[in-house]
Design a protein around this ligand. Structure first.
Ligand SMILES: Nc1ncnc2c1ncn2[C@@H]1O[C@H](COP(=O)(O)OP(=O)(O)OP(=O)(O)O)[C@@H](O)[C@H]1O
Length: 544
């Protein structure tokens, strides 16, 4: 049995012809490394050892100059180790031998990736290039370099990574595609509940089994588990322990990358997130407009190629109109739009009628209908917000303006983008970390909140005053529903009136004594009848 850590990180070989001085030859280091690794995989090499081999019909001899084992740059005195898939070959040949080594640098990067370059769009991932760059830098950059370089730097590869964020934002997609890009076995993707079992010890065994394949083949990109691992019952503690043992314990795995995914990072056991475990944590949040455009392009690409998209489709506009949509929801929008287009071709009276494939066209209208159908699960409820500001922001005089300006200053310092889609508890977790967040509370019962001690939780408290006559006058001037001569009298009567009640009163007054005059008044053809206005005012109970 070879001892642990016996794999060679670096093997420096002196090359010469068996028959010296016979010819000149140029040797590609990358190709020769590949050949030698294949031929001598798992064989032990010792410094000073001479081995002959044939390459492209010529016989060569190599002499082992240096044999450095992984983890120990200047290893034991023996300078001996086993050739593994990660062993990096350096070839040397003196001029006198007639051998010229080329491409040594090419061989310097490891072959962990299947392709030479990445194009996220062609991998079907939209809007996550910044996140991908982050993931690449943290988890893969070190792996691209051969083991002897990382040894010299004295670093260990990242073993675990956590992708977290709202549902449907492409976490699984990203993990799957990373797996596809790497040389190694396909990633194993497991959902949390799949490993849980009602039988004692069975769950831990499932976790161990998960890792068994990876242990057998250390070159795997590893596993991914999902879901929360802490439910407060303590039952899951043993699962966490099992996971921890597998990630960093005695049975630590070398070339396995564990990718965890969750919507609830706040529920994860802190121990899992420590350096050496799921140490790289990347937030995958809802896509911005540009990301949404990319995702829409990805999911409509095929129909575009096959001319099923009507020329009026404007993906840019759709991206602008789909604020707060996740990648999965955008895919849902595309599916729904297609269903409208397909349905047009069908008749419920005769479903056997032949379909004219050529005339299937997905139009912008189909997409607009789809937008009514698919509602994003996260983000601010814009409908509710709009309902609050049906009349826009009306100038209510200096005192209100002052508060408005102060509040806007606070709003400008905060960006809501990073919070969209997070659960309440995640938002709270972010506050702890010092991120900015603005909570605006409104109440008409400030004394009550004070007595509960809630007011102290807010940094600033603004008293929004009720309208005085001069404020009401400003509002009425803007609303243009009173005759100019009546404004003064109406404003006088509206002293000390909260603006919500003022609007309700005006709503009643514009109906007129017999109802139905609202349209004429709002269009400016008529004005509010003052005696009716005073009647309505009499019906309203004032708070003060
Ligand atoms: N950024 C994206 N680019 C392209 N397609 C996306 C993107 N995000 C999501 N999708 C689409 O939505 C599907 C579901 O996404 P995925 O399963 O990766 O989400 P998830 O973040 O893992 O969600 P959950 O946390 O709910 O499991 C993907 O298979 C893909 O079709």
């Amino acid at each position: 049995m070879p001892p642990e850590n016996f794999n060679l990180a670096l093997l420096t070989l002196d090359l010469e012809f068996v028959k010296k001085g016979t010819k000149n030859e140029q040797i590609d280091a990358a190709l020769l490394s590949h050949q030698l690794r294949k031929r001598f995989l798992n064989q032990v090499m010792t410094a000073g050892q001479r081995v002959s081999f044939e390459y492209h019909g010529t016989n060569y001899i190599f002499t082992v100059n240096q044999a450095a084992v992984e983890g120990e740059e200047k290893s034991n005195n023996l300078e001996r180790g086993m050739i593994s898939n990660d062993t990096y070959f350096v070839f040397e040949a003196s001029n006198a031998t007639g051998i010229k080594i080329v491409n040594q640098r090419e061989a310097a990067s490891s072959n962990i990736f299947r392709h030479k370059e990445f194009n996220l769009q062609s991998l079907g991932i939209g809007g996550l290039s910044a996140e991908f760059a982050d993931i690449f830098r943290r988890a893969f950059a070190s792996r691209v370099f051969p083991a002897h370089v990382t040894n010299k730097l004295g670093i260990k590869h990242v073993k675990g990574m956590l992708l977290y964020g709202p549902p449907g934002t492409g976490k699984t997609l990203m993990a799957r595609q990373i797996g596809q890009m790497l040389n190694g076995k396909d990633p194993k993707i497991v959902n949390g509940p799949e490993v849980l079992s009602k039988f004692v010890g069975e769950t831990e065994k499932n976790v161990r089994d998960l890792f068994a394949d990876a242990e057998n083949d250390q070159r795997n990109l590893g596993e991914k588990s999902r879901g929360s691992t802490r439910d407060g019952t303590g039952v899951h503690d043993s699962i966490v322990n099992q996971l921890l043992t597998k990630i960093d314990g005695v049975e630590a795995l070398n070339n396995v990358l564990l990718i965890g995914m969750t919507n609830r990072k706040d529920l994860l056991d802190e121990a899992l997130l420590r350096p050496g475990r799921l140490e790289v944590q990347v937030e995958i949040s809802l896509p911005d407009e540009n990301g949404r455009l990319q995702i829409l392009q990805i999911h409509t690409n095929k129909m575009k190629e096959n001319s099923f998209l009507a020329p009026d489709i404007n993906l840019q506009e759709l991206a602008a109109r789909t604020k707060n949509f996740s990648g999965a929801e955008l895919e849902g929008v595309v599916k729904s739009a297609v269903s409208y287009a397909l349905n047009r071709q069908l008749s419920l009276d005769d479903l056997t009628k032949t379909v004219d494939e050529e005339s299937i066209k997905v139009t912008m209208d189909d997409f607009l209908h789809a937008l009514q159908e698919i509602i994003p699960a996260f983000g601010a409820s814009t409908d509710n917000l709009e309902r609050c500001r049906l009349n826009g922001v009306v100038d209510c005089g200096e005192r209100h303006k002052h508060i408005y300006q102060r509040a806007m200053l606070l709003v400008e310092q905060i960006s809501a983008e990073t919070m969209i889609g997070l659960s309440e508890s995640s938002k709270c977790a972010q506050i702890v970390k010092g991120k900015n967040m603005l909570v605006i509370g409104t109440t008409s019962e400030v004394d009550f909140l004070e007595s509960l001690g809630i007011c102290g939780a807010f940094a600033v408290t603004y008293h929004v005053p009720i309208l005085r006559s001069e404020d009401a006058k400003k509002v009425l001037e803007q609303l243009k529903v009173f005759a100019e001569d009546d404004i003064e009298a109406a404003a006088e009567a509206l002293n000390d009136m909260p603006i919500k009640k003022l609007y309700m009163l005006i709503e009643m007054a514009v109906q007129g004594p017999h109802g139905g005059s609202a349209e004429a008044i709002y269009s400016g053809k008529e004005k509010i009848n003052m005696s009716h206005f005073f009647d309505c005012l009499g019906d309203i109970v004032r708070p003060y």
